[in-house]
Write a protein that binds this ligand. Sequence first.
Ligand code: ADP
Length: 246
Amino acid sequence: VPGGVQEKLQRLRQEFVANVSHELKTPLSVIVACVETLQNGAIDDPNHRMRFLDRVGDQAHRLHSLILDLLSLARIESGEQHLTFQSIPLSEEIQACVERHQERMASKKQHLEITPSPENFDVWADYESLQEILDNLIDNAVKYTPLEGTIRIRWWKNEGKGLIEISDTGIGIPESELPRIFERFYRVDKARSREMGGTGLGLSIVKHLIQAMNGTILAQSEIGKGSTFTVVLPLEGTSPGPSNTL
Ligand code: ADP
């Protein structure tokens, strides 16, 4: 029934606006409270003023990542994001991305196990989108894996597709929540995600980008044991589809 669809869209839009407002409100309230505390005298207290300023800084950071993610999502969904498809050597891309995360893994004493493909190959993708996808998935693996856990990354080629698997020995995701993690703002544990600097938008951006590149993503997980995300992308030479804009 068209009316039903309209109503559903309307409800989704309202939910989204409510979510965004809430996500913006929380860090802003903390910033306002800290500034007021400083103005009311805490500024003269050398033992405490730095703590309030740090909190202002953290929350401003959070607002910044949230706005960047929202802009990114809006660009993708409006179809304004222009994708430039090209052959990208997958091994180089993954190695570069891993390097960007090495410091954070080291600070959590996490082990990294890499199993590169026995042969080098290219995927047919948009360079920046591929980076954003890999960064998000590796960032999540590091974020949701405790100290001294293991992050495994492997990639290979099979039946005309490139496969990338990013798995961790982290907290895992309950089976019932798995279908929802790609939704905007959906988090298994809101407080924990926020504490880690998460916005709840990363995986929905990942999913959109992968779909735009004619790929797929699969999530598997066992609570307390870890999670595995598998990305499948077309190989070099595959048609990008009727248009190379989203
Ligand atoms: P966030 O910014 O909260 O990390 P995402 O969209 O990237 O948002 O992920 C959505 C939710 O999926 C997270 O809040 C978390 O609950 C869950 N999640 C994602 N990746 C993992 C992982 N590797 N291990 C455990 N949970 C994960």
